[in-house]
Ligand binder design. Structure first.
Ligand SMILES: Nc1nc2c(ncn2[C@@H]2O[C@H](COP(=O)(O)OP(=O)(O)OP(=O)(O)O)[C@@H](O)[C@H]2O)c(=O)[nH]1
Ligand SMILES: [Mg+2]
Length: 361
């Protein structure tokens, strides 16, 4: 009977699996210099990617920007206003076309964002040709940046760039006006919602994890993970095999916590995940006896009495798992909001998780 549980090994395997399932998304962003591409990237994605990410040239005018464990590559393209635009466009075409033929879908460019500044009120040949070319290989969303006053510009853009899947107006940063008023950011959630619609299914988790403008999107995905884990735990509880319940349920819970961690775009390692589980179970070490864990977990659920022979019912197994997952989601949500939607540190998460768990027991 596999009654001893090596939490470290479980956590490692679970994280590996969660990161694999989360996948990776590639977004190409193009537009004239100064339209606000870098500002947009920093406002939409975690980790100040455009400022602190690692860039590597992939063509003469395109850099691939990545950072840490964020499941996103930004392909930042310049040179739209240059005299040799035609050559630049050809080079870019070769690059995206090669990528689109890669057998591994993680190599494809999954969406293009073509940026046009609203204050210029002009769509030029470069933007038309670029949108046209990109649309042969990927869904394109046109982003009208630095939005202040539409005055029918969006409709003009839409008519001039018919191959764009959508046109969205954004203001990437809050603007302070001379009269002391300020106008807030806008359009960023809409841009992410549209992006979620057009990227392939396999990239949606990566978009959810990498973006920071819609925490509710992360929560929704995390709740699905909890529901799945609770159902699996219930199935284990429903099988009358004494003593093995813990050995089967704990891996489900560790997998669930790993999945939530990945969904929120945190880059915590297996040591963190093991501490997370350990933090709420009295007397937990790196290797624990399964029954001990079940006993520990049961104390966290109100109204649950003693465990007879290590057997727990289906509903109890589901309840423990749900409480565990919901406490983690609540902790993460509160911390993201506290940090202006940027990820918290592992120490903060551990502390907040314990507190949220306490509320539920
Ligand atoms: N008011 C306002 N200013 C913005 C907005 N977005 C960007 N800016 C400003 O526009 C300037 C250029 O922004 P960047 O993000 O550097 O533009 P970029 O497209 O990355 O420029 P290159 O990398 O040179 O091609 C900066 O001063 C930004 O602060 C916005 O939504 N509103
Ligand atoms: Mg830039």
């Amino acid at each position: 009977m596999p009654d001893n549980i090596d939490l470290g090994a479980l956590a490692k395997k679970a994280l590996h699996e969660a990161l694999r399932e989360r996948g990776h998304v590639n977004i190409l962003i193009a537009g004239r210099t100064g339209v606000g591409k870098s500002t947009l990237i920093n406002s939409v994605f975690q980790g100040q990617l455009a400022t602190t990410g690692q860039g590597k040239p992939v063509t003469q005018n395109t850099r691939e920007i990545t950072k840490g464990d964020i499941p996103l590559s930004i392909f930042d393209t310049r040179g739209l206003e240059m005299a040799d635009f035609d050559a630049t466009l050809r080079t870019l075409r070769t690059f995206v076309s090669e990528r689109s033929r890669e057998p591994d879908a993680r190599k494809h460019i999954h969406v293009g964002w073509v940026c046009i500044a609203e204050d210029l009120r002009r769509v030029e040949r470069a933007e038309e040709e670029l949108t046209q070319m990109l649309a042969d290989f990927m869904p394109v969303i046109v982003v009208i940046t630095k939005a202040r006053a539409d005055q029918n510009f969006r409709a003009l853009v839409q008519s001039m760039l018919p191959r764009a899947r959508n046109v969205v107006r954004v203001r990437a940063i809050r603007e302070e006006l001379d009269d002391g008023h300020a106008i807030p950011q806008m359009g960023l959630q809409e841009l992410i919602a549209l992006t979620m619609e057009v990227v392939p299914e396999g990239q949606r988790r990566a978009v959810t994890a990498a973006q920071k403008v819609d925490i509710a999107l992360k929560k929704k995905q995390a709740h699905l993970i909890v529901a799945g884990a609770a159902a699996s735990a219930a199935a284990v509880g429903a099988t009358p095999i004494p003593f093995s319940d813990a050995a089967l349920i704990v891996p489900i819970q560790v997998g669930m916590l790993a999945g939530i961690t990945a969904t929120f775009g945190l880059s915590f390692n297996e040591g963190f995940l093991a501490s997370l589980v350990g933090s709420v179970i009295t007397g937990a070490g790196a290797t624990m006896v399964g029954r001990g864990i079940v006993g520990g977990l049961l104390k966290l659920i109100p109204g649950v009495g003693s465990v007879v022979g290590g057997v727990i019912s289906a509903s109890t197994a589901a309840a423990i798992t749900t409480a565990f997952g919901e406490a983690y989601i609540a902790a993460l949500e509160a911390l993201f909001i506290k940090h202006g939607n940027e990820p918290p540190t592992p120490a903060e998460v551990l502390e907040s998780f314990k507190r949220e768990y306490g509320k539920r027991s």
